[in-house]
Design a protein around this ligand. Structure first.
Ligand code: BTN
Length: 256
């Protein structure tokens, strides 16, 4: 158990030694009515999932594998906002444990020394104009045995332990993440704005002021990332001066 100051996020924490995927379990219990803020956490995932149908290696005790159930009153196209709130909260939390640069690679990777230390998987159950619930999946590489990683990600991933000041337990890190997340999430619920989170995402961005590639079905165009919008989109400027907001999935960030 974790002793928490939070009112909503982590009020209920369900812990597993081993499970297929914390996000699968969170979804199953959300469908049965589990409350907003319920956290599912596991020591090991046997079928951890990443973005774009990839798998997520989640060995026992080597990372933080957890999912949070949220029930925000938003429209489906605004789900991106949640990802930005989570990214900001994780960054604030991890920065307490390492002096090294923790940055956000828009929209949902947290990087440490340019390598991925954490991934966020935001999924939702929604109707056309209304979100029923959101499952936020968070995977933090804490002290990974790098030989377990697939070849294509091994040189792109890093463990927090490698740059941490002291030997800090995963429990302490979970507590900080949930604490920072509750602050920013409740601010969003009350103000209906993610301004606070976006400010943090701007301040610690690995993407802004860099060249990105905008990928569409049959072309790839270079642009410069110039800002983040209040909806969580990336604002880019093309070489001809045209400015546009892009959603995740359309952008590949170069040089990281
Ligand atoms: C990514 O592709 O970067 C997102 C990775 C998300 C992994 C986490 S671990 C906890 C939760 N359960 C899953 O199956 N995936 C997410």
């Amino acid at each position: 158990s974790i002793d928490m100051k939070n009112k909503v996020i982590g009020k209920e924490i369900i812990h597993f030694d081993s499970i297929d995927s914390t996000s699968n379990h969170a979804k199953a219990i959300a469908l049965e009515g589990a409350e907003e803020g319920t956290v599912v956490i596991a020591e090991e995932q046997t079928k951890g999932r990443g973005r774009l149908g990839r798998s997520w290696v989640s060995p026992k005790g080597q990372g933080i594998w957890m999912s949070i159930i949220l029930r925000p009153d938003i429209i489906p196209t605004h789900a991106m906002k949640i990802t930005q709130i989570v990214a900001a909260a994780i960054t604030e939390a991890l920065r307490k444990f390492t002096k090294d640069d923790v940055l956000i690679k828009w929209p949902n990777d947290i990087v440490l020394h340019k390598k991925k230390v954490c991934g966020i998987l935001t999924e939702m159950s929604a109707e056309i104009d209304k979100v029923n619930f959101v499952i936020v999946g968070i995977g933090v590489n804490a002290n990974m045995d790098e030989t377990l990683l697939p070849e294509d990600v091994a040189d792109k991933a890093v463990s927090l332990a490698k740059y941490m000041d002291d030997d800090i337990s995963r429990k302490e890190i979970v507590k900080e993440i949930l604490y920072e997340f509750e602050k920013l999430y409740m601010d969003f619920i009350e103000s209906r704005s993610i301004e606070k989170s976006i400010d943090i995402c701007r301040q610690y961005s690995a993407t802004l002021n860099n060249t990105v590639r905008i990928i569409s079905r049959d072309s790839e165009v270079k642009a410069r990332a110039i800002d983040l919008s209040e909806e969580g989109e990336l604002v880019v400027e093309y070489e001809d001066g045209r400015v546009e907001k892009v959603f995740s999935g359309e952008v590949s960030v170069r040089g990281l």
